[in-house]
Ligand binder design. Sequence first.
Ligand code: UT7
Length: 317
Amino acid sequence: MTGIKIISTGSCLPRRVVTNDDMAALVETSDQWITQRTGIRRRRFAAPEEDTVSLALGAARAALESGGVPPEKIGAVLVATFTPSTLVPNTACLLQQQLGLPQDVTALDLNSACSGFLYGLRVARGLLCQEPDRYVLVVGSEVLSRVVDFTDRGTCVLFGDGAGAAVVAAAPEAPFVWTAGARGDAQALRCAGITGSGGPLSPVVQMDGREVFRFAVDTVPRAIRRVTEEAGISGSQVDWYLCHQANARIIAHVAKTLAQPEEKFFMNLSEYGNTSAASIPIALDEMNRGGLLRRGQKLVLAGFGGGLTWGAALMEW
Ligand code: UT7
């Protein structure tokens, strides 16, 4: 079984910045509450002309360009999202067309909510085992501002829009240790899809925040421990931990449970809020462009979210 390496990254954020004070004009909340309870200060919301496809396209183009990757080298495109603009065609097919990817590409959307990018990496690895001489483009893209209830202060202040992308290659010598799970739960975090009534779709995110918090601080450290143990390394040998960017308090809990310094846990949620499947690839791109990542460093990615789903991956940069 081959390992994988991320050879380039890209991201695309809407230009519109929405501050905590802006949110306080909509619901009964405050900058102080949001900052203290979550670490979020701002988020980006898509303009009417932006959507999951345009953000995914921006992130994917940036990843291809920064890696000097010609479109014909892409053998599969995977888009993790639970806010697609259309169910059919899927977002990945629209990227095939708009990026000029070859027609013999595998084009797949996948929905594992906030764990989607991590699940995507695993699928990419499987595809690369079969076709190691081409690359897989893995994208996370969301417009959560279109599915939040702007009367529910418990959810609407948390989420933001954006997209991140990574070009992934087979790397036989590189480690890739992965764990994941799913525990079906339609109460803790939910967003409706096509309903039995056949009426118009109006999906809205509903969440039991405390329950998801408890789930995250229980599951994520265990998943991380599992991949480091399987890789035969200690937590301190990991150079960077990159957790799904949902809440700074969750990340602080994870660091404490693992007895690792918080400085090793990259965070950019203060700027973008929780962008679900896009949060890890956006953060990876920021780390990459900011010069924080050096080849050979050990990186643990960890996600959790609706489903409920979770996953962690240990890989080498
Ligand atoms: O991608 C995965 C998706 N989700 C998550 O990761 C979310 C995980 N959960 C969380 O991050 C936290 O549970 C929240 C940030 C959602 C909530 O923080 P909390 O510390 O767990 O607050 P809480 O739900 O226990 O609520 C405490 C109080 C309540 O008031 P009472 O009942 O004590 O009077 C809430 O009504 O805070 C109130 N509250 C707010 N107050 C001001 C809830 N939301 C807000 C708000 N502004 N935006």
